[in-house]
Design a protein around this ligand. Structure first.
Ligand code: 5GP
Length: 201
């Protein structure tokens, strides 16, 4: 890893596993960790802010970025397109920021191929029954959507062995601690020299 370059953390999880809340909490309390804002064609949800949660764009603009090779990875998830802009990713890493990417398994696979020395973390619910209970408790999705999300979760769980770490989100605080440990371990690797460190040249 080049001197001064940030660490890359790639986090995937089935929807309902609690990933968004965990990632938000991690970034809020760790000034060296930066959440990379993705582009998406889905509509903003209430409370979401353009440029903070996502950069919201239409399908034509998304396709243009694909054609111009401006995504480090992109995928279609639940009928919408999502992608990580290459310049945002390399810019943040080269600036020495530790980067947290919250992306699906298809995107994670593309990032793995890029040889960016990322740390791949999978967050899973404690059981499929618990996942179903959480999805139903949200009261935001129809039965059909919930069924599709559960089927996708099964698919995603079958990709577990592509990841370096598994965090079970049974108890929120414990899952958060485990994620912090993974981040700390990556920062302590000999190959990683933090920005501004002058002892080793
Ligand atoms: P949501 O619409 O609920 O925010 O996200 C739906 C799914 O899309 C989540 O699994 C999330 O990790 C994934 N996702 C968000 N941004 C990206 C991205 O830039 N690339 C990929 N491949 N997936 C993403």
């Amino acid at each position: 890893m080049p001197k001064g370059r940030g660490n890359l953390f790639v986090v995937s999880a089935p929807s309902g596993a609690g990933k968004t809340t965990l990632c938000r909490e991690l970034v809020m309390n760790d000034h060296r960790l930066r959440h990379l804002v993705s582009h998406t064609t889905r509509q903003p949800r209430p409370g979401e802010v353009d440029g903070r949660d996502y950069t919201f764009i239409d399908e034509a603009a998304f396709r243009r970025m694909v054609d111009e090779d401006r995504f480090a990875e992109w995928a279609q998830v639940h009928g919408n397109y999502y992608g990580t802009a290459l310049d945002r990713l390399t810019g943040a890493l080269e600036a020495g920021d530790d980067v947290l990417m919250d992306i699906d398994v298809q995107g994670a696979r593309q990032i793995r191929k890029r040889d960016l020395d990322g740390v791949f973390i999978f967050i899973a619910p404690p059981s499929m029954e618990e996942l179903e209970r959480r999805l139903r408790n949200r009261r935001s999705d129809s039965d059909d959507v919930i069924r599709r999300r559960l089927a996708k979760a099964r698919d995603e769980l079958s990709c577990l062995n592509e990841y370096d770490y598994l965090v079970l989100n049974d108890m929120f605080e414990q899952a958060l601690d485990e994620l912090r440990c993974i981040i700390m371990a990556a920062r302590l690797r000999v190959g990683y020299i933090p920005p501004g460190y002058g002892l080793v040249t």
